[in-house]
Design a protein around this ligand. Structure first.
Ligand SMILES: [Zn+2]
Length: 271
């Protein structure tokens, strides 16, 4: 069996509350040797660190998701700085910009609300980037319908920190811009979906030394589990799909994605 690392999971979500031990065991049985569980706010990030303490092969990323930006305090840096001192915290995130669910800009009132929410998301994202630069950590980036703004916020930090664009599904032209920043891209079970030709084109165009894989569980279960709860064991299906798209062996995908993860996530290679 070829080793795989699930670089983006949400093991703290309530979907796993009743059988997390079994979920983690099934991951190991399916070759998933390491799992990175990603926080979405402060409580979730604390939970992620606790899970990393509980399971030797689980690691934590701490941060505040842009979709939760409304609930974030003015300063998230101090709390995240404290959490990031933990030896099993391997990066900051997930952070970034998400304009998908914001109110539209068709009337004056909605447009003002939209602008305020965007400002809050940017402020939050900036704090993650500054803290990452301060601590020498990389960032796990979530972006949806906010590609240009995400890129322009990352650009000033490009020499100091690296980003991974998680759940990537953008066009090859946008992929070029991401790669030009020195960033990595990571693919989910979407690459197995029938209608996901764009994501598969991105897989095809991503150099093996910039590519990672993830489940983003409990969401986005790959075929043949589509629509069910996703879990880290399903990473195998994603790895096989990537190998097929790239016309290489599963061994090549295993080696490249694990090496990339070890280079990107602080301390992941030590244990
Ligand atoms: Zn996520």
């Amino acid at each position: 069996m070829h080793r795989l690392y699930d670089t983006h999971a949400h093991l703290d979500f309530p979907e796993f509350a009743n059988d997390l031990g079994d979920v983690v065991a099934r991951a190991r049985e399916n070759g998933v040797e390491k799992i990175i569980t990603v926080g979405t706010n402060l409580a979730s990030s604390r939970h992620a660190v606790a899970l990393a303490e509980q399971f030797p092969w689980v690691y934590a990323v701490v941060g505040w998701h842009p979709n939760d930006a409304d609930d974030a305090p003015a300063d998230v840096k101090s709390a995240l700085r404290e959490l990031a001192a933990h030896r099993k915290v391997v990066a900051l995130g997930e952070t970034g910009l998400d304009y998908h669910r914001l109110p539209g800009s068709h009337d004056g009132e909605a447009s003002l609300a939209r602008e305020q929410k965007i400002r809050k998301q940017k402020e939050l994202f900036k704090q993650h980037l500054e803290l990452a630069a301060e601590l020498g950590l990389n960032v796990v980036v979530h972006q949806r319908d906010a590609f240009e703004d995400t890129l322009s916020m990352l650009r000033p930090f490009a020499g100091r920190i690296r980003a991974v664009f998680h759940c990537f599904g953008e066009s090859p032209a946008r992929l070029e811009q991401v790669l030009a920043l020195g960033a990595f891209v990571s693919f989910t079970g979407i690459v197995t979906f029938k209608n996901a030709e764009v994501a598969r084109e991105a897989v095809y165009a991503t150099p093996l030394d910039r590519l990672m894989i993830e489940t983003d569980c409990p969401f986005l279960a790959p075929v043949p589990y589509r629509g069910k709860r996703c879990e880290p064991a399903h990473l195998r299906e994603i790895a096989f799909a990537v190998a097929q798209i790239k016309g290489c062996s599963i061994e090549t995908v295993s080696n490249a994605t694990c090496e990339n993860a070890e280079a990107f996530f602080r301390g992941l290679s030590k244990s």
